[in-house]
Design a protein around this ligand. Structure first.
Ligand code: UD1
Length: 324
C-alpha cells in the first residue's frame, strides 16, 4: 500500500514509518519538522517537508496514496490549558485539513492518533472504550473532537477510520533505528533519562500521597513499537471490515513513578537524584487501560511494554545520541 504518514518524523510517527516500511509498504512522510527530526527520516521513504495548515501542499501529498496515518499534533496537556489557540490551530484546524485532503484525494482510510486524555478523570479502572469521555484538558478535547468529526465523515463521506487511544507512549525501537530525542521533554521517562545523563539536576516526583501502591502516580506505559504495530493492525481491520473503529492501545499494566525510577537506576547504573514535590495539577492518581477490544478485534497485545524493555530501549537511545 501507499501510505502517507503525516507527522512521520516525530517520536511515534517515525516508529510507525519504520513498521510500515518493514511490512513492505511504500511510505511518504509529510512533516514540518517542528517537533520531528531529519534523523528520523528513512532513506527508503519519500519525504515532503510541509505544514498541515498548508492545504494545497497537503492535498498534493495525499494524491495517489491509499491510506493516511495522522500523527501530527501538539501534545502537552498542561500547555494546552494556557495556549488553547495553538491547540485549536494545530490539532483541530490541522486535523480538518488532513481529513478534507484525504477525502479530496479519494482516499477512504485514515488512522488517527487519539489519546487516553479523551477519557479525563477515570470513573473506573481499567478504562475501556465505553468509559465516559470527559477530557480534563483542552488537548484531550481536541482529540475527542477530531474523533467526532471523523465519525461524521464516516457517515457523510464513507471515510473509514481507526482512532487509536494511546495511553502513555514510551520506549524506543529496540533495533536502534530511531535517533531523534524529544527536544524539551516533559514526560516522565525522558525526564528520568535526562536526569541520568546529568542534563537535569533531579527528577521531581509529583506527589507521593496518591492512593496507589507506593503513593506515586500510576500509568499505563505502552512501548512505541507496540503502538506502531497497532496502527498496521488497525489499518488492516478497517480495510477488511469496511467499518470504523475507536480502540485503546495500552499495556494493561500500571507502573508507578517510583517503579520506573528504580528500574532506571538499575539499568543505567546512575544515581538519578529525585525529590518529592507537590502534585501536578490535573494529574489523576491512576490510569490503566483495558485493551480487550484491541485483542478481540485486532489480535493486538503489547509485547515490548514491560518495564525493563521500556527503560532499556530509552536508555539505549540516549546512549546512541551521545547524551549519556
Ligand atoms: C500526559 C497527558 C496526556 C498526554 C501525554 C503525552 C495529562 C493528565 N496527561 O500524560 O494527555 O497524552 O502526557 O504527552 O496531562 N511525573 C513526575 N515527574 C515528572 C514528570 C511526570 O512525577 O517530571 C509523573 C506524573 O505525575 C504522572 C507520571 O509521571 O504520574 C506520568 O506523567 P507524564 O509522562 O507527564 O504523562 P501523563 O501526565 O500521564
Amino acid at each position: 500500500m501507499k501510505i502517507l504518514i503525516v507527522g512521520g518524523a516525530g517520536y511515534i510517527g517515525s516508529h510507525v514509518a519504520r513498521e510500515s516500511l518493514d511490512q513492505g509498504h511504500e511510505v511518504t512522510v509529510y512533516d514540518n519538522l517542528s517537533s520531528g527530526f531529519r534523523t528520523n527520516l528513512f532513506p527508503e521513504a519519500i519525504f515532503i517537508e510541509g505544514d498541515i495548515l498548508d492545504y494545497p501542499a497537503l492535498l498534493a501529498a495525499a494524491m495517489g496514496r491509499d491510506v493516511v496515518i495522522h500523527l501530527a499534533a501538539v501534545k502537552a496537556a498542561g500547555e494546552s490549558m494556557v495556549k488553547p489557540e495553538k491547540y485549536s490551530l494545530n490539532n483541530l484546524c490541522g486535523a480538518v485539513n488532513i481529513i478534507n485532503a484525504t477525502c479530496e484525494a479519494g482516499i477512504r482510510r485514515l488512522v488517527f492518533s487519539s489519546s487516553a486524555a479523551t477519557y479525563g478523570e477515570p470513573a473506573y479502572i481499567p478504562i475501556d472504550e465505553k468509559h465516559p469521555t470527559r477530557p480534563e484538558n483542552y488537548y484531550g478535547f481536541t482529540k475527542l473532537e477530531t474523533e467526532r468529526i471523523l465519525g461524521w465523515y464516516d457517515k457523510l463521506k464513507g471515510l473509514r477510520f481507526a482512532a487509536l487511544r494511546y495511553f502513555n507512549a514510551a520506549g524506543y525501537d529496540a533495533k536502534g533505528r530511531i535517533h531523534g530525542l524529544e527536544k524539551v521533554p516533559a514526560n516522565l521517562l525522558p525526564v528520568i533519562m535526562e536526569t541520568a545523563c546529568g542534563m537535569r539536576s533531579e527528577l521531581q516526583v509529583f506527589g507521593d500521597d496518591y492512593e496507589t501502591k507506593d503513593g506515586t502516580g500510576v500509568r499505563d506505559y505502552v512501548h512505541v513499537s507496540d503502538l506502531a504495530r497497532g496502527h498496521m493492525s488497525a489499518l488492516k481491520w478497517i480495510d477488511e471490515n469496511d467499518e470504523s473503529l475507536i480502540v485503546n492501545l495500552g499495556s494493561e499494566a500500571g507502573l508507578s513513578v517510583l517503579e520506573l525510577l528504580e528500574t532506571a537506576r538499575r539499568i543505567t547504573g546512575r544515581p538519578i537524584p529525585s525529590r518529592i514535590v507537590p502534585r501536578r495539577p490535573g494529574d489523576p492518581a491512576k490510569l490503566v487501560a483495558s485493551s480487550a477490544l484491541a485483542k478481540e478485534k485486532l489480535g493486538w497485545t503489547a509485547r515490548e511494554s514491560d518495564v525493563t524493555t521500556l527503560v532499556q530501549t530509552t536508555w539505549d537511545a540516549y546512549k546512541r545520541s551521545g547524551k549519556a
